[in-house]
Design a protein around this ligand. Sequence first.
Ligand SMILES: CC(C)(COP(=O)(O)OP(=O)(O)OC[C@H]1O[C@@H](n2cnc3c(N)ncnc32)[C@H](O)[C@@H]1OP(=O)(O)O)[C@@H](O)C(=O)NCCC(=O)NCCS
Length: 140
Amino acid sequence: MKYYKITTKQDFKFVSYLFKPENTKFFETKKLSIKEPRELNKLSRRNDYVLKVDGKKIGWFNIRQSINKKDGVFGIIIDKKFQGKGYGEQAIKLILKEAKKLGVKKLKLTVFENNLKAIHIYKKVGFQPVRKEIVMDKYI
Ligand SMILES: CC(C)(COP(=O)(O)OP(=O)(O)OC[C@H]1O[C@@H](n2cnc3c(N)ncnc32)[C@H](O)[C@@H]1OP(=O)(O)O)[C@@H](O)C(=O)NCCC(=O)NCCS
């Protein structure tokens, strides 16, 4: 498995394609226009990558860093048709390496409690639940 930082229009298009209902049922962000990945990619301390296997784009991940760069939060999508083949676990191991390279000392994630597949992999590679949070919102 390989990965590289997104830079081209094709990459932005691919990331936006990944944000489709089959892949985002456990996501807060359900859809992403083609423009959004490009705009997000301009943010400092945000790094977005495409994952490739045998020359095919199979997924995306990002690492968002705190101001001092020592804390990182990541997100990951393996496209539905490539899920269940071990790529998710492989990708998370690469994310850990890449985050280390970026100077991150503690990597964090949030996951829906019914996303059992994701939770299984995170625990397998050593992530531990920290606390339960209540997320609140209000239309104003
Ligand atoms: C979560 C995700 C990254 C996992 O990637 P993947 O390539 O499908 O996962 P893998 O094939 O590497 O591993 C799946 C593991 O989950 C296990 N698993 C599958 N269904 C499960 C379930 N319902 N409960 C517990 N474990 C489950 C598999 O047995 C396998 O573990 P094993 O290798 O120890 O047997 C991928 O499914 C995805 O992108 N989902 C949509 C986006 C998403 O939810 N991202 C995470 C947001 S926090």
